[in-house]
Design a binder for this molecule. Structure first.
Ligand SMILES: C[S@@+](CC[C@H](N)C(=O)[O-])C[C@H]1O[C@@H](n2cnc3c(N)ncnc32)[C@H](O)[C@@H]1O
Length: 325
């Protein structure tokens, strides 16, 4: 299929971009990135435009090829991709210790797959915060179809400046979303502000491991490929994320690189010999979206730590951060 043919398919699925504007949106998006002369500072300065262009282009494909939750998951042998994704969401809910009736915030919620699952699993009310208009409209439709409108809602906003008063939520989580933030500290600080004191934040974050060598050209190329393939302004080291959490006021209770001991590698769905979801990777846009994921499984970017902050002390096994004071 030609590039324009594939992109016709994207708008045909109900994406946000008019068919005639898709190619120009791809061009504008690509210019943010290293391979097209883009620079990190530009990506950070225009992060909302870059992220929105990316998700306007890819959301329909993600939903078609991946499902309603746009994240990876550690996976057991014999477990389907969908099962592993749900288990990963349940694990997060359990580690957060969610109680029925609590008010929870999902930061960077996509089209609401995790929101619906976690709300149903824990009998909580989950607000999904997202900067992307199209994803929210799609998420509202899916909430209506699932019959969860009373407990799941959406707010269109930037997680760098959230429209909520201080101390609004009993728990906050973010699944593979805060990697889009231009500044980890600024984002975590905002999460800390809206979380009630003593309550917990849990996140699945994308990070570089310590094996990343900034002086190695091949490593830098792989990093740039992941950035363009996933709409990222930069990729931070795990240590930088942990430090930013502490600076933002969280006590880090548990953190783990979930990639290292997953019995089935997280990147397996992108392996052409295993991926069967409509041969997504074989399409031009599929490659545009996924081309870096296999290489990212290489030696330096396999870290997707589960991290938690702000619980009372004593819980040593939860992927969350506890808000002190
Ligand atoms: C990889 S998707 C993950 C979505 C969702 N957490 C899931 O697992 O299905 C990243 C999400 O973060 C959102 N996002 C990125 N930057 C954002 C920002 N500045 N403010 C709010 N949402 C943002 C994107 O629109 C997208 O929905």
């Amino acid at each position: 299929m030609s590039k324009s043919g594939v992109l016709d398919f994207a708008s045909g699925l109900g994406g946000n971009i008019d068919k005639n504007e898709v190619l120009s949106a791809v061009d504008q998006y690509e210019k943010y990135h290293v391979f097209y002369g883009g620079e990190e500072e530009e990506r950070k300065a225009h992060y909302s435009d870059m992220v929105n262009k990316f998700y306007d282009l890819v959301t329909s494909f993600y939903e078609f090829g991946w499902g309603e939750s746009f994240h990876f998951a550690p996976r057991w042998k014999g477990e389907s991709l969908r099962e592993s994704i749900k288990r990963h969401e349940h694990f997060l809910a359990l580690q957060l210790g969610l109680k029925p009736g609590q008010k929870v915030l999902d930061v960077g919620c996509g089209i609401g797959g995790p929101q619906r699952e976690i709300s149903k699993f824990s009998s909580t009310s989950v607000t999904g915060l997202n900067i992307n208009e199209y994803q929210i409209s799609r998420g509202k439709e899916l909430n209506r179809i699932a019959g969860v409108e009373k407990t799941c809602n959406f707010v269109k906003a930037d997680f760098m400046k959230m429209p909520f008063p201080d101390n609004s939520f009993d728990a906050v989580y973010a699944i593979e979303a805060t990697c889009h933030a231009p500044d980890a500290y600024g984002c975590y600080k905002e999460i800390h502000r809206v979380l009630k004191p003593g309550q917990c934040f849990a996140a699945y974050e994308w990070c570089l491991t310590d094996s990343f060598d900034p002086n190695n050209q091949e490593h830098q190329k792989l990093k740039a490929e992941i950035e363009i393939g996933d709409g990222l302004p930069d990729i931070r080291l795990t240590g930088e994320c942990l430090e930013a959490l502490k600076q933002a006021g969280f006590e880090v209770i548990w953190e783990k690189d979930l990639a290292v001991d997953s019995p089935v590698p997280w990147y397996l769905p992108f392996d052409p010999s295993h991926f069967s979801l409509s041969s997504f990777h074989l399409t031009t846009v599929g490659r545009f979206i996924t081309r870096n994921m296999l290489i990212s499984a290489d030696f330096f970017v396999s870290s997707r730590p589960g991290i938690c902050g702000t619980c009372p002390k004593g819980k040593s096994t939860c992927p969350k951060f506890s808000r002190a004071g």
